[in-house]
Design a binder for this molecule. Structure first.
Ligand SMILES: Nc1ncnc2c1ncn2[C@@H]1O[C@H](COP(=O)(O)OP(=O)(O)OP(=O)(O)O)[C@@H](O)[C@H]1O
Ligand SMILES: [Mg+2]
Length: 279
């Protein structure tokens, strides 16, 4: 009989025997988000546990290079409490939060969503505990009108806690691009980042060495070999990046050499998709 707890192995919770109820909740959330994002073909995270290595820089330029090839691209600022994407893209508008679904704001033909377009953080710091950060991420996954997308690129925050953990647990990601710099301290934290993804059964798509001389460093070689992945490309140290991000311009949109560097990275990502039989 329906609702007969004595005959229900889960004791009425709906949780299969041997499975913890909170894990069951993760599976249910995962399924719900999968349905909501079913029109998004590829989801790629740009990640490093180390701050300041260039995750946001790599995110906006990869998104631009994909968009320039005619792909439909979305860019999610998964750095919920220190959002920077809108600064790098020169977006001053705020999203209308009076009703769901939230509408991303378009720049360079890319659909962008960020808490900086919800809370004006220049005047008000975003001081949220983990559960609120996770709730905001869920709104970006479930209650945001991304439409049909070829690629949703996610700019992750540093660290290994709430946002990266949530994204790795509840989204069906294609995988993560690990950003590092030539220094050993960045390499050590990049290895930590890639191993976190692997521990949570998410793929490491490759490594980008940012702020590079052009020749990957010994430390980057160790990152690539320890993670059993490949170098997607190097992005040279160039003051143009700092100036452009301060002024809200994407360097790949105005500098052919920089676009070429990101095209090499995108070539590897797109080729990888082709091998797997996607567009
Ligand atoms: N290749 C480069 N050459 C010179 N400056 C760069 C380069 N890449 C990034 N920068 C600059 O370094 C600073 C940090 O970059 P960015 O904000 O992209 O790092 P991040 O990893 O996203 O930082 P956070 O951990 O705070 O999110 C920015 O001012 C950016 O313009
Ligand atoms: Mg950043």
């Amino acid at each position: 009989m329906a609702g007969d707890k004595e005959n229900d192995a889960s004791g009425g919770s709906g949780t299969p025997p041997g499975m913890h109820p909170s894990f069951m909740n993760v599976l249910k959330t995962k399924e719900r988000i999968k349905q909501k994002l079913s029109a998004v073909k590829h989801k790629i995270g740009i990640y490093s546990a180390k701050g300041g290595v260039g995750k946001t820089t790599v995110s906006v330029n990869i998104a631009y290079a994909l968009s320039a090839r005619g792909f439909k691209v979305g860019l999610l600022d998964a750095d919920i409490d220190c959002p920077n994407l809108s600064i790098f893209l020169g977006i001053d508008n705020m999203m209308d939060i009076s009703s769901f679904p939230l509408k991303p704001i378009e720049k360079y033909g890319i659909k962008v969503a960020s808490t900086a377009m919800i809370v004006d953080d220049a005047k008000r710091p975003i001081i949220w505990r983990g559960p609120i950060i996770v709730k905001m991420l869920y709104d970006f996954f479930e209650n945001t009108d991304w439409g049909d997308l070829d690629y949703l690129i996610m700019d992750l925050p540093p660290g290994t806690s709430d946002a990266p953990l949530t994204i790795m647990q509840v989204l069906d990601m294609d995988g993560f691009v690990i950003v590092t710099t030539p220094q050993r301290v960045a390499g050590i934290n990049s290895i930590r980042s890639g191993l976190m993804a692997k521990r949570l059964n998410a793929a490491v798509l490759g490594v980008v060495e940012n702020m590079s001389s052009g020749e990957p460093s010994k430390s980057t070689g160790v990152v690539v070999s320890t993670l059993g992945t490949r170098l997607l490309g190097t992005v040279k140290m160039n003051p143009v990046f700092g100036a452009a991000s301060d002024e809200g311009r994407v360097p790949a949109s105005e500098n052919d050499d920089i676009l070429r560097m990101f095209d090499t990275i995108v070539d590897s990502l797109v080729l990888q998709d082709k091998k797997e039989g996607s567009p």
